[in-house]
Design a protein around this ligand. Structure first.
Ligand SMILES: *Cc1c(COP(=O)(O)O)cnc(C)c1O
Length: 253
């Protein structure tokens, strides 16, 4: 997996008794293709990429992902959980490469994480092999019905995506003015390096005391960052007010 990445994958790998190798690149928005092909991960059974990535929100151009898929002789799993917030997607690649599996979910842009539904695109042989190992009972009928209804109301969700992209821009600008260094995001959250003097953990606790929950990642070299999800304007304004208040307090203490 690309690092920093979706750390839950580490847990899933360990449940399977799998060896989990993290590959670090120099830049967040580009793939270390040679490290994947020739580095410690060269014998890996498959590569798992999230694009846009979590927790960074960084986006790698699809052409670069295609370069890796074309050169790699094993499976690439491309997790597009946040793709609706990004400028382009890799769906067309599944027609060209049989070693690519694309994952999508209803949990993010469709705002229905509670129905626990995701879907995948891939070569028929790949999908066939997944069918061979899947639970003999399929997804539940409630999730299925909600999923169908969500897909037939795409327009409502498109409005939601454009709102989130707009709000993401506004919050990012405000945080920068408060001295945070915000990583350009193509997801529905922002990863921001906090102003010098305090770490992410400190900011997380200070915000929690104001009733605002943000994520903090202790073990990914992101100790000085917090991740905040983008919500409605009415949710983001109190967040920005709390940040401003804390920042003034931090200056004077
Ligand atoms: C949220 C998320 C998922 C999907 O989670 P489910 O709710 O299990 O569908 C997958 N990958 C990444 C990177 C995520 O952030």
């Amino acid at each position: 997996m690309l690092s920093p990445g979706f750390s839950f994958n580490r847990k899933l790998a360990s449940l399977q008794g799998a060896q989990f190798i993290e590959v670090r690149g120099n830049e967040l928005d580009s793939l270390p293709i040679d490290s994947f092909l020739f580095g410690p991960a060269r014998h890996a059974k498959f590569i798992l990429l999230a694009n846009p990535n979590n927790p960074t929100g960084a986006f790698v151009p699809v052409a670069e992902i295609e370069r890796l898929v074309a050169k790699y002789d094993r499976l690439v799993v491309l997790d597009e959980a946040y793709i609706d917030f990004a400028p382009e997607n890799g769906l067309h690649l599944v027609n060209r490469y049989s070693n690519l599996l694309i994952l999508r979910t209803f949990s993010k842009s469709y705002a229905t994480a509670g129905i626990r539904i995701g879907f995948a695109f891939g070569h028929p042989e790949l999908i066939g092999r997944l069918r061979n190992i899947q639970n003999m009972f399929n997804m539940n009928v409630i999730g299925h019905a909600v999923g169908m209804s969500v897909l037939s109301n795409r327009r409502a969700y498109d409005e939601n995506h454009s709102h989130i992209k707009h709000e993401r821009q506004r919050v990012s600008g405000a945080l920068s003015e408060f001295g945070f260094s915000v990583i350009p995001s193509h997801a529905n959250f922002l990863l921001a390096r906090v102003p010098a003097g305090r770490d992410g953990k400190w900011w997380q606790s200070a915000l929690e005391r104001q009733g605002i929950l943000v994520a903090f990642f202790p073990d990914d070299g992101l100790e000085d960052c917090i991740r905040v999800s983008i919500g409605t304007r009415n949710q983001m304004d109190p967040f920005l007010e709390a940040v401003d208040k804390i920042r003034r307090g931090a200056d004077s203490s």
